[in-house]
Design a protein around this ligand. Structure first.
Ligand SMILES: Nc1nc2c(c(=O)[nH]1)N[C@H]1C(S)=C(S)[C@@H](COP(=O)(O)O)O[C@H]1N2
Ligand SMILES: [Mo]
Length: 262
């Protein structure tokens, strides 16, 4: 038997068809095992790599590098002239899915809610919902996409973030790289790159299906940012500030892509 196997690998030997099959099979198995061993080694290596930080340790640095590369590629293609596909109001869901309730505790007082906009210099603008309602209203009907794999055509109304910037003279702030938004209790927080938040379809949203936002959909104010996945559409905004450093981001800290662009 051993002789037979040795025979098929003898040099300059003319092989019969059967012997050729045996030879090719042996070679295939050899490379198959090398491949599997390589995969196991790569997996073990990856597990041993240092984490990238974040409150639960984050993800392995090589994985983070892949996400950062994705972000780099996606942001190059980003353009404010490229609009997300919109739909007629009639196509919007009447029963809108609710997902995620971090920072949406019951102890929230809608009566005393105010929006804090922290300016660069350290002074804060305090706004009521009526202040925002006075600004021009923008509506958008688009396919809302969650990273969990579902999507739904939904209908929102509010003030375009770029209009809000203009109305409150936040031009200097809008030259910074990021905007940070968080819930009043600071349990949920997102960081958004400036080009995406200034995109013409991004709104500070106070209406859904033509009515005030329902409580679990983020009353009184949420972000609707069609160029991003659902994780960035923060509900119940309490504070907004501007920064050149990447602000902390709830799902980024849990291993997701910071940019989360569509
Ligand atoms: N405050 C807060 N905002 C949030 C979340 C959350 O857990 N807390 N979840 C996000 C996620 S993952 C999604 S998909 C959308 C869902 O919005 P909806 O409940 O209006 O469908 O809200 C986003 N905004
Ligand atoms: Mo989501």
């Amino acid at each position: 038997m051993a002789n037979f196997f040795a025979n098929v690998f003898r040099r300059n030997k003319k092989l019969s068809v059967d012997e050729l099959i045996v030879k090719k099979t042996i070679i295939s198995f050899f490379f198959f095992f090398v491949f599997i061993a390589g995969c196991i080694w790569a997996w073990k290596w990856l597990r041993k790599q240092p984490l990238d930080g974040g409150i639960r340790g984050g993800i392995q640095q090589p994985l983070r590098k892949v996400l950062d590369k994705n972000e780099d590629i996606f942001s190059r293609f980003f353009s404010k002239n490229h609009l997300t596909k919109t739909y007629p109001v009639s196509a919007a869901a009447k029963k809108v899915r609710v997902n995620g309730d971090v920072g949406m505790g019951d102890d929230f007082d809608t009566e005393t809610w105010e929006l804090y906009v922290i300016r660069k210099k350290g002074d804060t603008i305090t706004l009521k919902l009526d202040d925002l309602k006075k600004l021009p209203k923008t509506e958008v009907v688009f396919n809302f996409k969650c990273i969990e794999g579902w999507s739904q055509v939904t209908y929102w109304g509010g003030v375009k973030f770029s209009d809000f910037i203009k109305a409150y003279g936040l031009t200097e702030e809008s030259k910074m790289k990021y905007v940070a938004l968080s819930t009043p209790d600071e349990e949920y927080y997102v960081g958004i790159d400036m080009p995406s938040i200034l995109h013409p379809q991004t709104i500070l949203c106070y209406e859904m299906n033509g009515k005030p936002l329902p409580m679990n959909q983020g009353y009184p104010l949420r972000l609707i940012i069609p160029v991003k996945y659902g994780i960035k559409h923060i509900k119940r905004i309490g504070t907004i500030y501007f920064d050149n450093q990447r602000p902390q981001d709830y799902w980024y800290e849990r291993g997701y892509d910071y940019y989360s662009g569509l």
